[in-house]
Write a protein that binds this ligand. Structure first.
Ligand SMILES: O=C(CO)[C@H](O)[C@H](O)COP(=O)(O)O
Length: 219
């Protein structure tokens, strides 16, 4: 199977966790896009979605799925999203698609985070994938200097402006032994909006697509 076929398999497998009559939290990226396609087939059974990016919102609306502002929603049963890396403790690096801030907000509200990923995303130690950090534009250089002190090599993601009007620094060269400590340290830097390290709030369920099919891992 190709990587995209594995992404499709987990995207469709996530339908099992969608409860009829509820609003569903929806992530961003190529794996989440498969989930949105799957969601479209049961659109009359759900109340709608809360979306983590303008791109996912457009895709949801094109399929006829109502998209709600998170402020209109009191609670959320599930959030379904991909990951750039996931470790054995269900902690993740996210933000390859620059949607990390809205993803983290929705994940914080949802009762259950369902991570959908192909097996290439599983790692023993997070950090091989450059860690995305969303930064207020005027703090780009000052935050970059602080990230160097934390042991990383930040690179400005050229020509990318987030849905929130900010910029992204991708931090290379990290071997993240203590994800919670690094998440806290980066979040504490003035000018950082969000770090794409989902350590304090990791996934509750991971659906991992590999050669043997879709494996379910529960926290
Ligand atoms: O965090 C994300 C977007 O900000 C995505 O979930 C992550 O980049 C994985 O993307 P894909 O499913 O395309 O491999």
């Amino acid at each position: 199977m190709t990587q995209d076929e594995l992404k499709k398999a987990v995207g469709w497998a996530a339908l099992e966790y969608v409860q009829p009559g509820t609003i569903v939290g929806v992530g961003t990226g190529s794996t989440a896009a498969h989930f949105i396609d799957a969601l479209g087939t049961i659109k009359h059974q759900i109340d709608g979605a809360v979306s983590s990016s303008d791109a996912s919102t457009a895709k949801l609306k094109a399929l006829g799925i109502a998209v709600y502002d998170l402020n209109e929603v009191d609670s959320l049963g599930i959030y379904v999203d991909g990951a750039d890396e996931i470790n054995g403790n269900m902690q993740m690096i996210k933000g390859g698609g620059a949607a990390l801030t809205r993803e983290k907000i929705i994940a914080s509200v949802a009762k259950t985070f369902v991570c959908i990923a192909d097996a290439s995303k599983q790692v023993a130690i997070l950090g091989r994938f450059p860690l995305p950090v969303e930064v207020i534009p005027m703090a780009r250089s000052s935050v970059a200097r602080e990230l160097v002190k934390l042991g990383g090599r930040p690179e400005y993601r050229q020509n990318v402006v987030t849905d929130n009007g900010n910029v992204i620094l991708d931090v290379h060269g990290l071997e993240i032994i203590d994800p919670v400590a690094l998440e806290d340290a980066i979040n504490a830097l003035a000018g950082v909006v969000t770090v794409g390290l989902f350590a304090r709030r990791g996934a509750d369920i991971a659906l991992i697509g590999g050669a043997d099919g879709v494996k379910t891992i529960k926290k």
